[in-house]
Design a protein around this ligand. Structure first.
Ligand code: PLP
Length: 363
């Protein structure tokens, strides 16, 4: 098998060390004679993995002790429902700061099913032709139960590096694609949700980090498996958890710690994304439409100036083992994702390919 460079947005590449380690334990976990997907979630061996993973993410993100860490199922979209079901009382109101595709999906889920979701369009097209996040639009309404934000818009390539001031209204954030890519101050949030498959592990598991005082407010008919207080009470084992994803997350957390934690990853991610955007900005063949201050470090969205070459570009990349660079179907164009596991070399290889492709067609 020849070398493949994987730029998919999620599920996505995981560190070699993590994959190799998991491969070894797939058939015999920890000398139990059973594979890692074959052991009970209640066994001492698995309970140790579960506890270790929680302790590690607490350490990596410096999570204050008045926050619960939950391991769940249902994906990011499951949490789009869980958030209003847990935090929005019947007849209540919540603010949604929309900066792209995923925050719009979360807004719709709330507005169409659960209550008064107030839509704030927070992305603007500047005079320079670039889209930017307008934080002045992020204002909370009177009587709001929470304010919602998606910190990294995976589809659009927009990342919010500032946070709105929501006062006493809890800020609820989707960090599915940028959790653990840089340090964050968890105490600024009421809750943070993220699916594992962007950056942390395989699909199948979702996590919620939630401030304790926000528990116990769920609507009566909130499904128990989405009720954060039920999950907290049962330490995320109310129903059978996705053991393999939990195990893989633990390996990934260990890997992050071994590198020096999220501060070191941020340093690497800045370097990688800067290299990519510098190249795109310097080229007259490719273009990105996001303002410099709001460009995602992990999902670089760009287009070819001549979009008739899109299919040829994707095919030529694939022929060289570069996969997953086609943009999300709602947006078109191209997207290259450089999550934690992507080494600098992966960015260099992509730029080299892009440059050769541009030279070939730029006559
Ligand atoms: C992928 C993604 C989602 C949706 O996750 P699912 O697990 O497919 O429901 C939500 N938010 C963000 C930011 C994402 O990147």
């Amino acid at each position: 098998m020849s070398k493949v460079w994987n730029y998919y947005a999620g599920p996505c590449m995981l560190p070699d060390e993590v994959m190799d380690h998991a491969q070894k334990e797939f058939r015999d976990f920890n000398g139990t004679g059973m594979g890692v997907v074959e052991i009970s979630h209640r066994s001492a061996d698995f309970m140790k993995v579960a506890a270790e993973a929680e302790a590690l993410i607490r350490e990596l993100l410096n999570i204050p002790s008045n926050y619960k860490v939950l391991f769940e199922q249902g994906g990011g979209r499951g949490q789009f429902a869980a958030i209003p079901l847990n935090l929005l009382p019947e007849g209540g109101k919540a603010d949604y700061f929309v900066t792209g595709h995923w925050s719009r999906c979360a807004y719709k889920e709330c507005a169409e099913r659960y209550g008064d979701a107030v839509l704030h369009e927070c992305t603007e097209l500047g005079d320079d032709g670039l889209y930017y996040v307008d934080y002045s639009k992020m204002k909370v309404s009177e009587g709001s139960s929470y304010a919602y934000i998606c910190i990294n818009e995976t589809v659009n390539g927009i990342e919010s590096f500032e946070l709105p001031d929501t006062g006493d209204v809890p800020l609820i954030a989707d960090m599915s694609s940028d959790i653990l890519t840089r340090p964050i101050d968890v105490s600024k949030f009421g809750a943070i949700i993220f699916g594992l498959q962007k950056n942390v592990g395989p699909s199948g598991m979702t996590m919620t980090i939630v401030r304790e005082d926000l528990l116990g407010r769920a609507r009566k008919y909130c499904p128990s498996v989405l009720d954060w207080s039920v999950l907290a009470k049962f330490e995320s084992m109310y129903n059978t958890p996705c053991t393999f994803s939990w195990y893989m997350a633990n390996l990934n957390f260990k890997w992050i710690k071994s590198l020096g934690g999220v501060a070191e990853l941020e340093r690497r991610n800045i370097k990688k994304s800067k290299m990519m955007y510098d190249y795109v900005d310097s080229s007259d063949f490719y273009v990105t439409k996001i303002a410099v201050k709001d460009r995602s470090r992990v999902n670089c969205v760009f287009t070819l100036k001549d979009e008739s070459l899109n299919d040829e570009f994707v095919a030529a990349a694939k022929a060289q083992g570069l996969v997953g660079i086609k943009g999300h179907k709602v947006l078109g164009g191209m997207r290259a994702s450089f999550y934690n596991a992507m080494p600098l070399e992966g960015v260099e290889v992509l730029i080299k390919f892009m440059d050769e492709f541009a030279r070939k067609h730029n006559k």
